[in-house]
Each structure stands twice: as C-alpha cells, then as structure tokens.
Design a protein around this ligand. Sequence first.
Ligand SMILES: Cc1cc2nc3c(=O)[nH]c(=O)nc-3n(C[C@H](O)[C@H](O)[C@H](O)COP(=O)(O)OP(=O)(O)OC[C@H]3O[C@@H](n4cnc5c(N)ncnc54)[C@H](O)[C@@H]3O)c2cc1C
Length: 477
Amino acid sequence: MASDADSDTALWWLRRDCRLHDNPALVAAAAADRLLPVYVFDPTRYGTVEYGGANSFAYEKTGGHRTRFRIESVADLRDRLRDRGSDLVVRTGDPASVLPALADRVGADVVHVDARPAPEERTAEKRVEAALDAPLDRRWGHTLYHPDDLPNGVSGIDDTYTPFRKSVESSASIRAPAAVPELPARPSAVDAGEIPDAAALGVDTSPVDDRAAVAFEGGETAALDRLDEYLWETDSLRAYKQTRNGLLGRDYSSKFSAWLNEGCLSPRRVSAAIDEYEKRRVANDSTYWLRFELVWRDFFQFQVAKHGATMFTPGGIRRREVAWQDDPEAFERWTRGETGLPFVDAGMRELNATGYLSNRARQNVASFLANDLRIDWRRGAAYFETRLVDYDPASNYGNWAYIAGVGNDSRNRSFDVLWQAHRYDPDAEYVRRWVPELDGLAAETAHEPWTLPDDERARLEYPEPMIDPETQYGDDA
Ligand SMILES: Cc1cc2nc3c(=O)[nH]c(=O)nc-3n(C[C@H](O)[C@H](O)[C@H](O)COP(=O)(O)OP(=O)(O)OC[C@H]3O[C@@H](n4cnc5c(N)ncnc54)[C@H](O)[C@@H]3O)c2cc1C
C-alpha cells in the first residue's frame, strides 16, 4: 500500500464503504487539496452471471433487496457529502474505464480505495489499477481488527474460530474509530451524474413485505440511527445473549449486518459504542457477545484473505470430496419454500420476501439443503447471494461452507431441523407467520403437518415433505 499522499488532487473510489465515519480510505484521500469522490455502478454485477469452476451454474448476482438498499446508501452518502460542501460523482459503467477517464480529467495524483479480500473485489481492484496512470492506494477499513495488528498476520491465523478469537482477544487491540475529516474542495470540471434506479440496472424490486423484521433503509444516516436505537433507545443490547436466537421482531438481534456489509457502519464504531454502553449502562455477557459475533465476521474476512478462491470451491478449504447432488427440481422447491418442512419453508419465504433472515433460520435452511438434500452448497450460497440484503462474500460463503462440512470446522454441522423448529419456535408463531397455509393448526402439528390424518392433510394445500423426517431426524420426529 502507498504512503499518505501529499498530492494536490485525489480521487476517492467508493465501493462497499458508503460512510464518512471511520473510513481509512477517506482519511487518506482527505489529505489532498482537491478530492473527487466517485461511485461506479457496474452493470455486470447486476445481471445473470456464471458461477465458474467445477459444475458451473448461472444465477442472478444482486437481487432487488440489496440493489434497493445500495441505491439508498449511495443517495444518502451523496446528501452527506453535499452537506459538507462536497459531492458524490456517480457513473454507471465499467470501473476500469470510468475511473481512469475521471482521474485523467481532474489530473488525479492518486486514487484511494477501501481494500477488500474477496477474489472478485480483488480482481476489480487489479483491473482498475492496471488501467490507471495514477497509483491506487488501498486502505483496509472494514473489520474490527486491522490485519497489521493480528498476532501472526493474516497468513498465520488459525483455521478454526476459537483459537483465532483467543489470539486476538489476548494479543491484539481494536483501533479507535477515525473521525470524519474536513473535506477538500471538489474539482468543478466533473458533472455529478444521476444515481440509476433499479430498473436501469435490470433489477426488479418489490415493496418491502410488511411482515419484515426490519424495513432496512440504506445509508450511513439510517445505520447510525439503528446503532443508537439498539443500544440507547431500546436498551436491547442488555439482553442480546438471551434473545439472539430469536426469529421474530426488530430487536432480538442488532440487525446491523446490512449496514456493516454495505459499509454504512464501521464495526469499530459499533465496538466503541459497546465500550461506552458498558461504562454508562452495563457490562455483561450480552455486551461481550455482540463483539464476539463481530469477531466471527472478522474471522471470515481474514479466512478469505488467507485462502482466496479455495473458499468458494465445492470441497472448500478442506478440499473434501463430496458427491454433491445435482437436482434442479429439489433445489427449486427449496428456493420457493415448498419443501414440506414448515420451519425450512418459513425461512425461505421470509428470505424471498424481505432479504433478511435470522442466524438461526439461515443455519437451518442451509443445513437442509446441504446436509439433508445433499445439493451442492454453493448453489444455496449463490441463492443467498442474490437474495440477501446483507450479503457479504466472506460471511456468506464462509458460513455455508462451515455448515456443509467443508469449512473451518471438522465437526458434523448437520442440523436436526425438526428439533430446532420445536426448540426455537415452540408456539409455531414463526412458521404460521410465513406459511399461512398452516394457520389454525396447533403448534405441534404446524411443525409436523404430515402427522395429521389424511383428510385433514389433503385440505391443507401444503406439500408433503421432500424427505422422510423419521429417517432423517430419528425416532423423535
Ligand atoms: C448460511 C449462512 C449465511 C450467512 N450469510 C451472511 C452474509 O452474507 N452476511 C452477513 O453479514 N452474515 C451472514 N451470516 C451470519 C449471520 O446470520 C448474520 O450476520 C446475522 O444473522 C445478521 O443479523 P444481525 O445483524 O441482527 O446479527 P447479530 O446477531 O446482531 O450480530 C451482530 C453482527 O455480527 C456479525 N455476525 C453475527 N453472526 C455472524 C456469523 N455467523 N458470521 C459472520 N458474521 C456474523 C454480523 O456482522 C452481525 O451484523 C450467515 C449465516 C449463515 C448461517
């Protein structure tokens, strides 16, 4: 990475770091006399793409939920820059053409960008770097711990979570979040440009379902509001450890993920807010646990930095040989939430309608696809990539691989979906919310409609289970 530039004109290329607070790329860029902030919508990131390598398949790269959230995030950033006398230049096109042209136009001496570890984002950086006359200055800013502060560096991190967590907890510290710098003047020669709508990117968006846990609104403004709400207004952090396995409602978990992943919220800012909360309100297992989860997020970021494209292969970093099934019809039933397993179907329908899913539901729907149906876990992960409002390559593919048994843990991660359903949705409230065909059934039968007498089952208009629950989950099923 380059040292702080004392250049006159800098271009700041924004990607998934749509914020002014605690943004190392911006801090470096703001040292220039003139600064051109630029966001580029790359149309190839929105249509149908090919998942390359072994057994390749096609899928939609970015679906409606995330596209809407991203557009809102960019619009909010533009407003915040304008409030400070600057602006955000927005273009639609190939970053490797758009950015060098803009850099030439303003005579940029340097281009600053938020460094990212995932292979596609690295490739995008390299293409832009190769096309630029000016140097590309990469700044790492999206994790709790900075890679330079890891006790054994990125290449030395452990491949299982607990030793990684213990090493950072004992031997690394979290840097203080950076303040918003004074913004240099924007070169006037460049027109600000229009923010495209989803349709212009070829993406369908539908209104947010009113059953959604949270109507995620993109942008730094909404992110900081949510931080405030979760910690200070509702005081929900106090009981996070007890509520985090919830399935319904706004506050059982923080819902920070979408803002963290689009870069509207810095994890160090969250950590500093937890510190403050611990001083002013309470320090308990819940305050510890929220940071513990952010360390999971770090873990997957550094795993991708360490293992690169191997994390996205069928056998994962353990290079396991698994005979994954190719069953398009079964896969489609899973995507539509018509597997006949109510707990799985509720999750898939919530995901489709809202772009969000609790961690508990993610684990169950993923395990059903990868461990019960034995369908290639990457297809499931790619489906999540399309649908999730909070998609991140490292968190998504890392968690999927972990559950499919090809990731960072050698233990069997197969879930007994039926046991999980009764344990985490004892009154079947979640299932009935998302699978209205089962409304009116008692909790026990809502989770196991196949146990109803034939005539009642026929009236339900709900599919028979794709698997035999008794064989799959044992005698208790
Ligand atoms: C199959 C599968 C796919 C997933 N895909 C993603 C994804 O694409 N993007 C994503 O952010 N999370 C993903 N997760 C992790 C987790 O489910 C979400 O981060 C969490 O549900 C988001 O809700 P929250 O912000 O309320 O979480 P909280 O419980 O409030 O946690 C706080 C933050 O900690 C981080 N975090 C929590 N759990 C995890 C975890 N297991 N792995 C990584 N980070 C974690 C997130 O940044 C989260 O916002 C996935 C989990 C599974 C099982």
